[in-house]
Ligand binder design. Structure first.
Ligand SMILES: CC(=O)SCCNC(=O)CCNC(=O)[C@H](O)C(C)(C)COP(=O)(O)OP(=O)(O)OC[C@H]1O[C@@H](n2cnc3c(N)ncnc32)[C@H](O)[C@@H]1OP(=O)(O)O
Length: 212
């Protein structure tokens, strides 16, 4: 059955989410019908990019929240912005869609929360928990027995080892590595290409090798 979908965010990740939708539809017989994209302040360039792919710009979130509820997904990389947007759509009775690119591989006993987006080439092994509205970007890997809490963003090529806990609202930058058994505290940021070798407290930015 085809379901109506609204994508929030006309920026880079919002349009990458449209690519995930296209790939799902190509592999599963038009699972989603994209009603359009919501953005409170789209650039002219991004409006032209949407028009070029034949996707309707629906307006800002306030006006769209007044329309008939559909499934929604937030294509915004920032965990804090994504949290606010998702909570407003949830409160208005919209339902979060989970989008998994057909090239994603999953092992035994993996659960993925509503609103999450897994991009091309992501690999999850076994006994993994992903919360709500988690983004796992291109070619990232998540190891065994790891928990990724709500609203986490894992950027491309990141590698989260086994037995890790990534608390809510964390951003792991492009090609970031978290060694096994570690905990990244809520709302922290791991810099691009960092290697995390010890636990990171909440609301902390770490970068470099070893990450500090
Ligand atoms: C498809 C996509 O595009 S997905 C998006 C991919 N992008 C990412 O994942 C970005 C991840 N973000 C980062 O790595 C950021 O640089 C952060 C969060 C680590 C730091 O951001 P800011 O606090 O704004 O740092 P800022 O740019 O001011 O730099 C501060 C210092 O840290 C250094 N620095 C910045 N990022 C890094 C990094 N990843 N590793 C090591 N050093 C870094 C800078 O060189 C600078 O050093 P200096 O003071 O000696 O000149």
């Amino acid at each position: 059955m085809t379901r109506d979908l609204v994508v929030i965010g006309a920026g880079g990740f919002g349009r990458e989410v449209l690519d995930v939708v296209d790939a799902i539809n190509a592999s599963t017989d038009a699972a989603w019908s994209v009603r359009g994209v919501v953005d409170d302040a789209p650039s002219q360039e991004n409006l032209e990019r949407l028009a070029k792919r034949g996707v309707t710009y629906l307006g800002g979130s306030a006006e769209v929240l007044d329309s008939q509820p559909a499934a929604y997904v937030v294509g915004i990389g920032s965990p804090s912005v994504r949290t606010k947007v998702a909570l407003s759509f949830d409160a208005a009775g919209w339902s979060a869609a989970t989008l998994i690119h057909p090239t994603v591989t999953q092992g035994f006993d993996v659960t993925i929360g509503a609103g999450s987006v897994l991009c091309a080439g992501v690999r999850l092994t076994t006994n993994i928990r992903l919360g709500r509205h988690v983004h796992v970007n291109l070619n990232s890997t998540i190891g065994h027995d790891t928990t990724i809490e709500d609203f986490v963003s894992i950027n491309p090529l990141a590698s989260i080892s086994g037995d890790c806990t990534i608390e809510s609202g964390v951003l792991v930058g492009v090609a970031g590595i978290v060694l096994n058994g570690l905990r990244i505290g809520a709302d922290s940021t791991v810099g691009g290409s960092a290697c995390v070798v010890r636990d990171v407290p909440a609301e902390t930015t770490v970068k470099g090798v070893p990450a500090r």
